[in-house]
Design a protein around this ligand. Sequence first.
Ligand code: C5P
Length: 236
Amino acid sequence: MSRKPIIALDFPTRSEAEIFLKQFKNEHLYVKVGMELFYQEGVSFIKWLKEQGHDIFLDIKCHDIPNTVYRAMKVIAGLDVDMVNVHAAGGREMMKAALKGLEEGTPSGKNRPVLIGVTQLTSTSEEQMQQEQLISGSLKESVLHYATLTYESGLDGVVCSALEASEIVDVTSEHFLRVTPGIRMLGDKVHDQKRVVTPGKARSIGSTMIVIGRSITQAEDPLSAYQKAKKEWELE
Ligand code: C5P
């Protein structure tokens, strides 16, 4: 599996995403397409990205009854994306259904897309979790609990903060992927992220894949920002 930094294509339209990608010339990237761009531009944009040779993380965070998620994942497997995610809060049965859908929907000769779980959203505070979700205990305990549930359901990994990565290994396995956003190069603007680390630090504290958005998409020179992040990520 490709372990290059994943660039979050957080653009509202395909034309803006294409203008951005033109700067990378013939470089084969790993890009993350989220709900905004996918709902706007749909399957044809995914196909176009694949034709350009890019790997794709489809970040649509499915969460529904097991049968619906199973059927959705069967369709998604046919899109030839490389990674997709579901909310661990959907439960063991839903996560297993997601995996089954991907396995059954993957065309022969292709690899099943990697399936990862979302634990607690980073926008959820401990107080909010306790009051709104009625989960007692700490946010960290809930993240580790969901990571364990995701692992036991047979998924390939979780989305988490790099700062949680080593504790997730402790409750799962070294082979369980830790896909981490919240990455910034030294001196970059932090924006709305609360806890950020550099690509090198992420590697050294246990991330297996990193997701970088604005540090690249809003850089003066996105190609050199990407190359710098990639070099730091690969060297450490
Ligand atoms: O611009 P920035 O590097 O902060 O973008 C990070 C990307 O990762 C965004 O697309 C954001 O939605 C996503 N993400 C995140 N934190 C999570 C899950 C996803 O920042 N816990």
